[in-house]
Design a protein around this ligand. Structure first.
Ligand SMILES: [Zn+2]
Ligand SMILES: [Zn+2]
Length: 339
């Protein structure tokens, strides 16, 4: 029997014909990277290939010594007879699904993705294939994201109310992706926007590649609730949980996460508000994306893998769970470990 075009090895998703790995979690010679989050772009590869838009943040995170080659969306490159191309995944800036074709067979490794256009990431593009590798971070029907206009109003109303009471608002978000989406949604008329260092550093990289973001101010030792009583502070999940957040006094705290769709999570976290928002696909997004590929075979990675693969099997797909080292969206992730 012919070997499958992509196989799941202990180092990562491997293409034997082209001799490359996709988002490997152990050092390899040739790594094709879907996007810059830490569970997909890791240090120690001999070479990296990513989209032009993903490369600056990857270089910032991996350090100056790693060699990153770039590719344009839709550009086809030949690797050992395998046709490889990158297509927008709609997850974060520069994120890609990687399409591989050999002998008339097409596989797509989607990394992380979302189907809703967030106005910041290149919009998700369905890619026809025979086999599709999908995440399942939010692969349950309970996960349904708030409409983005409604979400914007919810967040600004919360901030405005706090500002009127002279309370600082602290909103937790990942440094890459969600932080910038939130930034763009904020109404700067309400007050100043302050940022945690990890977020500000990522903002600087993205601004450097021409992405417009509202003005922000880095939180320093001098920044307190007294100096900026009407501020909104964008914090990383780890920053929010640390003594760093304490200097803002009796601030109102909120999470923006897909997990906020689960009643009880916000309460257990002790946050005042939870906004339902994610850079991953919700239940409808996952199902729409998979249907649009036309794939018969679906490989389910990180998330609600068992439940989701079983559901897909019932829908007539040849679906199975595969073990990887990718992590879904977490409320506990350190700044650089974003999903
Ligand atoms: Zn990600
Ligand atoms: Zn991920």
């Amino acid at each position: 029997m012919m070997q499958p075009l992509l196989t799941f090895t202990e180092r990562g998703i491997y293409c034997a014909q082209g001799d490359f790995y996709i988002d490997p979690w152990k050092p390899v010679a040739r790594a094709l990277i879907t996007h810059g989050h830490a569970d997909h772009a890791r240090r120690g590869m001999e070479s990296y290939l990513a989209t032009q838009a993903a490369a600056p943040v990857m270089q910032h995170r991996l350090g100056p010594d790693e060699r990153i080659e770039t590719v344009k969306y839709g550009e086809t490159i030949n690797m050992g007879g395998v046709q490889v191309s990158y297509h927008p995944a709609g997850h974060v800036t520069g994120s890609a699904q990687i399409r591989v074709e050999y002998g008339g067979e097409v596989w797509v490794a989607s990394g992380d993705y979302k189907t809703v256009d967030d106005g910041l990431s290149e919009p998700f593009e369905p890619v026809k294939c025979h086999a599709f590798i999908t995440e399942s971070t939010f692969g349950l029907p309970v996960f349904k994201w708030t409409n983005q206009d409604v979400l914007r109003a919810q967040i600004n109303d919360w901030w405005a109310k706090n500002a009127a009471e002279g309370r600082v608002s602290i909103l937790s978000a990942y440094a890459l992706g969600k932080a910038q989406r939130l930034l763009r949604a904020l109404d700067g008329e309400i007050g100043p926007i302050l940022t945690h260092g990890a977020i500000e550093a990522t903002n600087a990289v993205l601004r450097g590649q021409g992405i417009a973001l509202p003005d922000t101010m880095l939180v320093t030792a001098e920044t307190t609730a007294k100096t900026h009583p009407t501020a909104l502070v964008l914090a990383t999940p780890s920053g929010m949980a640390s003594p760093w957040a304490k200097k803002f006094g009796a601030a109102s705290t909120a999470f923006a996460s897909g997990w906020m769709a689960l009643r009880g999570v916000r309460r257990r976290r002790g946050a005042d508000r939870g906004f339902i928002m994610s850079d991953h696909a919700d239940w409808t997004g996952l199902n729409d994306a998979i249907a649009a590929t036309g794939a018969e075979r679906v490989f389910v990675t990180h998330g609600y893998t068992d439940v989701f693969a079983r559901y897909l099997s019932e829908q007539g797909y040849d679906a199975r769970v595969v073990e990887t080292d990718y992590t879904g969206e977490s409320l506990d992730a350190p700044a650089e470990e974003a999903s």
